[in-house]
Structure formats: structure tokens, C-alpha cells
Design a protein. Structure first.
Length: 711
């Protein structure tokens, strides 16, 4: 039947301490109707305490804090009422309108959509519920610090008094969002949530999961890529005290034991014969030559605009060609891969520090041949991710071992397992030829890239084997600059080597090569490196502002004696669309008395849209500097006879927290645009800026990473 607005708002009295608003939602059940509590991002206790439910994996990067700020700001919640953070449980994208994958520095980008919507809906829902009880127009009510206030009467309802009603309450439409001036939490340097739990050891990471009856499992995998199990003898392993079971699984042979030591000794006692397959003689040197050949065997190309090859072949101007080589790089997260799984005939429960909870859930269900609704998945904290935990292999292995052994198991990867069976950043080769005319203008660019096909191992199952799946290996080949004649192409080697996403994906090597070439071109043409970049970016307003700010910093920072300075620019996205960021980088290096090269100072100018939490943003830039320098010092994985040669921090060292740049200066350009994440985006600009500074110091070309002698 028809119902007036007043009767729609009419509410009953409270029952058992919880307000229940009975409403007929039919008149509002249109395409624009919206739930008052559309996404389960919070739980509210009777005393008003709020638990924030994090839709994103917490790897220390701070995304849950920023997302809570977005939600709380929009709903006008009292930040001091936030008492806990809980990991999400959802088995469907529609629950949050979000794939729940913590990748691509996209947490804030996506959260700006769904967390704002949820917060605004909650805020207006509380007002609507209060208006129904007071029998007043909701539009006259205001909210602040978890309260609904009627300014005309002074009446107040606390959010927790109204919370129970929201499950049955619908709004006429998704509410309007706050203006920037109305924000109270966005832009504030609030401390990271769960810091205390991490410091005190109370925080539970995947490797901390335990319960009575849980066994520890280690898996022996074929050391050769493309190899497989031929046979094995478990007799000696089963004699080890504490070993409960040895089972053959899809990826090798698993030892299940009462504890880690017994599992490790049991694995060492296995007698295994491997069929090493077709790659038994493959080496890094062979792959490098293969990829160099692929530079002239493109599978995809873009010959526009203009005719770069003809311009490069013509007389006049200055032409440079640069060759760049990049090795495999491992993630080496501080917490190695692990997953706990308990599979029985009628249930499957999983605990894992995954970056992609829905993909992991769906693939586990598919592997078991069960409905995903019959699986329960607990996402834990992660001790670093960098893209590695977006793959679901370590989840499926644990499920496989539990099902085959009959035990609940925590499958732990040793450090050697973690490095040798990683989803590496692909080896790559890049060649760039470019030409400056006699007036110092960049008029032609020919970029060729060779990498190992990433599509079979793409983190998203739906993109495996597709052109979209190659993006991980080819992204960033197109420079940011407007060049009248440009040709871009890439070729791929198809090898059964697990290559995947690593912080910054291929931008880490494509933009490295592009930006080193720009500094070289500026030098041979007598142009300033910032001046040349600014000219080529002049039609992109946000990029131009970044370069202008970098120029101001450069002019105000005279180069000290014995120092060399390098520059770089990094970007992603298309002007006019929400997903875009721009950053300018400047680095000073000097030579130490022992001959090594030290990064003295790094400047970063970052336009990543609106800044949710400047402290968290800057923290991620600092961590990115350490990560970038670690790769530049020692980020090299090599292969011999089809097997990875490195296995631990003695032969694949990672930098310590104190081994970053001596000084860091960060300027955030908060222009109010759609906010972007930061974590992985810095790699593309930091490394080439440092490389360009090193070229200036040594007079020698930097042709890739690692760089010998970098302190």
C-alpha cells in the first residue's frame, strides 16, 4: 500500500536495549534506493565502541588505517571509539562491491568509492532513524562524533542507540558526500592501527596460527622449473620421531609432523627422484640471450604517432641507443609463505596471510570441487607482501596436504623454499633508440622490450593466458612524454618459470630505462633534465605542476662538492580518469672513502591526489626507498641448470631499515583529486633518479640492476 514519508519514518520503542525501526521499504525499492548499512565495515557494541572491519590485507602498509579514516570521516564517527580492527570475511565481491585484493596500491583508490558510500549511508541512516523517533524532518538534524543532534531541541541520540535499526532501514538514494571543508579526519596524520599489537607481539600473523591438534607440514618441490616427481621413498622420513605422515601432492612430497623440527628432518630424509624436464640445462645467460632476440620479434607493437624508425634513420640531430638488462628479482618477505588448512569430508577452514582473499577462496573451492560457501577463510596479518601473496599457490598447497594427510596442517615455507619457488619479477631486456634535433627537441623514440610471458601466472585467475595478463611484464613501456614520432614493441619468451607481480611490476624496469635515457638525452643536447621533462609534459597539467615543484626544490638545493644529482619522473594513468598519479624524483650521491657510492639525499614530489593520511603516505615512501635500494644493491636471482642458485639472506641479502638514503625530503601535492595509493608506485621513479646520479658521478652508463659498489 501507499505510505507517507512520516508514516515511513515512524518507529517503535526499543526492545532489549536495541532500537528497532520497522519500515516498509517498498516505496523506496527503486534503482536509487540504498541500504543504510550497505557494507559490513563496522560492528558497534552497546556502549558505542566500534570495531572496524578491514576489507584489505594488512601487511604493514597502513591501508586499513586510511580506509577507517575515510569511513569514520564520512559517517561522522568518534575516532576515539575505534577499539579494534578485524579482518573481513566475505565470499562474494558483491558484499563490498570490491574484489578484496590488496594489490596495485589500489586500496585507497577503491576505498574512496565504497568506504565513502558506506560512511555516508551510515551517517544518513542514523539521522533517518533518529528523525523517525523524534518525528522530525531528517534534513534538520546534524551529526558529529557518533551522535545525531537536533539543533532546534538539543535532543541527542548516540549512534549505538540507533545502530540495530540500520539492518532494516533503506535510504531514498546514496547520500551526498562531505565536502573537503567538512572533513574532520581525512588528511590527518593519525597513528597506524594495530601498531601496539605488533610491537608487543600480540598481533597474529599467518605463521602464528595454532590450535590443539594442528600439525606442521613442509613440502619438497622439484628444484627445476618445468620438472616433476618421478618417484620417492618415505621409509627413512617416517622413522623420524614426530613425523606423522608423508604424502604425494600436486607440487611434490609433503612431510606432516608434530613440529617444525621433525618436519624438517623428515623432509631431509626423503629419497626423491625428479624428472627435471626440458629446462634442465637452462641458465640466466641463456634466458638473457633469448630475451635479446625477442626485442626484434615483437608479439605486440604500436607504431604511432609518426614514423619513429624513419626519423631515426634520417641524417641530422643526435641519436642515442641504450641497452638495459634486468635479472629475476625475489620478494623475500620477512614472513615466508604459509597457510593453515583443515580439510575434512564436510568442511574446509583456511587461515592465510593472503593479499587476495576471494581469489584464494575461489581457487581452493575449485581445487576441492566444492561450493565456496562450504569453505571458511580467515585472512591474517601479513609480514610483508610486495605482490607475492596475491598468488594462491601456497594456499592450494596447504589445502592439498591437509586433504591428503587427513590432518589440520600449517604449511610453512622455509626461507630457501620462499626464494627458490617465488613468483619472480621477470628477467627483461630493453633497448631504446631516441633522437634529439638540432634545436634540442626530442623528436623520435623507439622502445623495444623482451620479457618472460607473465600471463600464465597472472595473480587474477580470470586473466591468465590473456593479453591483459601480460600487463605485469609490459606496463610502463610507453614513456609519459609527448613525442611526435614513437614506436613501441615487446616480445616474450614462453617459459614455465613462475613470474609474477613484484612491487611496481614492470614499471620498475621499463620506467628505469625510459628515465635513464631522458637524462642522457638532456645531457647530449645541452638541456636541463628537469627543463626537458617539463617541456615534454607541458600539456599534462598535473605532471607539469610536479616538474615545476621539483625545479623549485632543485634551485633551492645547490649541489655540494663531490656530489652528483640525478632526476626521474614516474606516472600511471590517463588524464581525466580517476586512476592517475605523478611523481618527480631527485637524488644526490657521493663516493665514500672506501670507493663505494652512497645515496646522500632523495627528494620526492608526489601528486597522488587527495592525501588521506600524510604520515602513512610518507612512511610508505621511506619504506619504498629502502626497498628500491635493496634491489639496486643485491636484487639479483640467477638460474643454473634450470634451478635458482640463491636460497637465503647470505646469498640474496636484503637491506636493513637503516640502509636507506642519508636524508629524505618529501613534498605531497594534495590537489583534491581522487586519492591513489603509494606503496608500489615509488619504485618506478626512485631507482632511475639514483641511477642517473650514479652515471653523473662515475661517467659510466648504468645498464640495469644491481649496481656494483652501491653502499
Amino acid at each position: 500500500m501507499s505510505m507517507s514519508r512520516r508514516s515511513f519514518l515512524k518507529a517503535t520503542v526499543t526492545t532489549a536495549g536495541a532500537l528497532v525501526v520497522y519500515v516498509n521499504t517498498a516505496p523506496l525499492a527503486s534503482a536509487k534506493a540504498a541500504k543504510a548499512n550497505p557494507m559490513p565495515f563496522i560492528e558497534m557494541a552497546p556502549n558505542g565502541d566500534i570495531t572496524f572491519i578491514s576489507s584489505r590485507s594488512d601487511m604493514g602498509q597502513g591501508s586499513p588505517t586510511s580506509l577507517a579514516q575515510v569511513l569514520y570521516d564520512e559517517m561522522d564517527a568518534d575516532w576515539d571509539k575505534l577499539v579494534a580492527v578485524k579482518e573481513t570475511w566475505a565470499n562474494d565481491i558483491s558484499v563490498y562491491n570490491d574484489p578484496l585484493g590488496t594489490i596495485g596500491a589500489a586500496s585507497t583508490f577503491i576505498g574512496w568509492f565504497n568506504h565513502r558510500e558506506a560512511g555516508a549511508s551510515l551517517r544518513e541512516g542514523f539521522k533517518l532513524a533518529a528523525a523517525g523517533l523524534w518525528q522530525v524532518d531528517a534534513e534538520r538534524l546534524i551529526t558529529e562524533k557518533s551522535k545525531v543532534i537536533d539543533p532546534e531541541t538539543g535532543n541527542i541520540f548516540h549512534y549505538h542507540e540507533l545502530y540495530a535499526s540500520l539492518s532494516t532501514l533503506y535510504l531514498p538514494k546514496v547520500p551526498d558526500y562531505k565536502t573537503r571543508e567538512q572533513s574532520t579526519l581525512i588528511g590527518k596524520p593519525l597513528p597506524q592501527l594495530r601498531s601496539k599489537e605488533r610491537v608487543t607481539g600480540e598481533a597474529e600473523f599467518g605463521i602464528d596460527v595454532t590450535f590443539p591438534g594442528l600439525k606442521i607440514a613442509l613440502l619438497e618441490r622439484c628444484p627445476t622449473f618445468g620438472g616433476k616427481l618421478a618417484s620417492f621413498d618415505a621409509a627413512d622420513a617416517l622413522k623420524i620421531k614426530g613425523v606423522r605422515s608423508v604424502v604425494e601432492v600436486e607440487n611434490g612430497v609433503a612431510v606432516v609432523a608434530d613440529g617444525f623440527w621433525a618436519a624438517q628432518k623428515g623432509r631431509e630424509a626423503l629419497k626423491i627422484e625428479w624428472d627435471h624436464g626440458a629446462l634442465a640445462n637452462l641458465s640466466s645467460e641463456m634466458i638473457s640471450e633469448m630475451l635479446k632476440e625477442k626485442l626484434d620479434q615483437p608479439v605486440d607493437s604500436n607504431p604511432e604517432p609518426g614514423d619513429a624508425k624513419a626519423v631515426l634513420a634520417a641524417e641530422g640531430g643526435k641519436t642515442l641507443t641504450g641497452h638495459f638488462s634486468f635479472p629475476f628479482v625475489a620478494h623475500a618477505t620477512m614472513e615466508p609463505m604459509n597457510t593453515t588448512a583443515w580439510v575434512t569430508d564436510d568442511k574446509c577452514e583456511i587461515w592465510s596471510p593472503t593479499q587476495s582473499i576471494l581469489d584464494a577462496l575461489n581457487q581452493a573451492a575449485k581445487f576441492l570441487g566444492r561450493d565456496k560457501n562450504d569453505l571458511t577463510f580467515h585472512r591474517t596479518l601479513s609480514g610483508g607482501g610486495f605482490g607475492r601473496r596475491a598468488q594462491e599457490d601456497f594456499v592450494i598447497e596447504a589445502v592439498d596436504v591437509s586433504r591428503k594427510s587427513g590432518y589440520p596442517v600449517k604449511l610453512i615455507w622455509t626461507r630457501e623454499d620462499d626464494i627458490r619457488h617465488d613468483y619472480f619479477r621477470s628477467m627483461s631486456e630493453m633497448r631504446i633508440s631516441a633522437k634529439m634535433n638540432d634545436d634540442g627537441k626530442l623528436i623520435a623514440w623507439d622502445g623495444a622490450l623482451g620479457f618472460i610471458d607473465t600471463s600464465p601466472y597472472h595473480f587474477s585467475p580470470r586473466d591468465r593466458g590473456t593479453k591483459r595478463g601480460r600487463f605485469v611484464g609490459s606496463a610502463g613501456i610507453e614513456p609519459a612524454y609527448k613525442i611526435p614520432n614513437r614506436y613501441l614493441a615487446y616480445g616474450m619468451a614462453e617459459l614455465p618459470i613462475t613470474v609474477g607481480i613484484l612491487r611496481g611490476i614492470s614499471h620498475g624496469y621499463t620506467n628505469f630505462a625510459n628515465e635513464v635515457m631522458i637524462d642522457r638525452l638532456a645531457k647530449v643536447s645541452g638541456r636541463g633534465p628537469i627543463e626537458l621533462r617539463a617541456e615534454l609534459l607541458s600539456e599534462n597539467e598535473r605532471a607539469a605542476i610536479v616538474m615545476k615543484e621539483l625545479q623549485v626544490i632543485n634551485d633551492a638545493s645547490p649541489l655540494a662538492d663531490g656530489m652528483s644529482r640525478g632526476y626521474a619522473f614516474a606516472f600511471e594513468g590517463v588524464p581525466g580518469r580517476p586512476y592517475q598519479y605523478y611523481s618527480g624524483h631527485m637524488a644526490d650521491v657521493r663516493r665514500l672513502e672506501d670507493g663505494r657510492i652512497k645515496v646522500h639525499k632523495i627528494w620526492v614530489v608526489a601528486d597522488h591526489g587527495r592525501v588521506i593520511n600524510p604520515q602513512s603516505f610518507k612512511r610508505q615512501i621511506h619504506s619504498s626507498i629502502v626497498f628500491a635500494l635493496s634491489m639496486m644493491r643485491s636484487g639479483k636471482i640467477t638460474m643454473k641448470n634450470g634451478q635458482i642458485e640463491q636460497g637465503n639472506f647470505d646469498d640474496y641479502p636484503v637491506s636493513l631499515i637503516g640502509e636507506g638514503a642519508e636524508n629524505v625530503d618529501i613534498k605531497l601535492l594534495d590537489n583534491g583529486a581522487h586519492p591513489m595509493g603509494c606503496g608500489e608506485k615509488m619504485q618506478a621513479g626512485l631507482q632511475p633518479a639514483i641511477a642517473n646520479a650514479i652515471e653523473g658521478l662515475t661517467g659510466e652508463d648504468v645498464t640495469g640492476i644491481p649496481i656494483e659498489g652501491l653502499a
